[in-house]
Design a binder for this molecule. Structure first.
Ligand code: 5GP
Length: 192
């Protein structure tokens, strides 16, 4: 998605070879018009996949996932990073390692919000090592549903998540695919 690549190039900050900051438009301050077009793009890419629910992980995935769910006219389900007392019954959990926080958390879903037979589109802001996407997929599958697609706003394709997920048989689409980055530069797929 050219508009997204241009924004990353203009405003994104590669902290080092591994971590990109995009909190000025994606995951702290949010450009809702850009999110609107991101929703259109995911809806187009997964329009043939019979999606019945969009699922994301709190908190950074919520903005793009909400727009996608709106465009696809299906409910949005937000997986929690901890079980609160209000989620006391029938919760499904799996442990996930966080790339940015360098700790583990219990990804949590109240079973009733994903049903057997659902075809789920999983949306997140970043795909890096794939820990979050594999964890979310485990929960969705524990609930008896199918992961019909995975959409990342930004994929760091030089990290192993994209290849691992595709090798596991998932359909994965990224709106901006970064092949290399470092202080002061970001290179996208298709560029030299
Ligand atoms: P993974 O589980 O694929 O290693 O990492 C995915 C999660 O880590 C995403 O949900 C995202 O919040 C966070 N993440 C991974 N890489 C980056 C990055 O370069 N920048 C930011 N801001 N978040 C990242």
């Amino acid at each position: 998605m050219k508009e997204l690549e241009d924004r990353i190039r203009a405003e994104g900050k590669a902290l080092n070879e591994d971590v990109l900051r995009v909190d000025m438009f994606l995951n702290h301050q949010v450009d809702c018009r850009l999110m609107d077009r991101i929703g259109d793009e995911f809806a187009r890419l997964f329009q043939e996949d019979g999606i019945t629910r969009v699922v994301t992980i709190e908190a950074s995935g919520i903005a793009p996932a909400a727009m996608t769910a709106l465009k696809m006219n299906v409910p949005l389900v937000i997986l929690k990073k901890s079980a609160s007392v209000t989620l006391n019954s029938s919760v499904l959990q799996t442990e996930v390692y966080s790339f940015t926080k360098q700790n583990t958390y219990q990804l949590t879903l109240k079973g009733e919000y994903i049903r057997p037979g659902d075809r789920v589109l999983l949306i997140d802001d970043f795909l890096a090592n794939g820990e979050a996407a594999f964890g979310a997929s485990r929960l969705i599958e524990k609930a008896g549903a199918t992961v019909a697609g995975i959409g990342a706003v930004i994929c760091k394709a030089f990290q192993p998540g994209l290849e691992k997920l595709r090798n596991a048989g998932y359909k994965v689409e990224a709106l901006a695919e970064i092949t290399a980055m470092g202080e002061g530069f970001v290179r996208f797929a298709g560029e030299n």
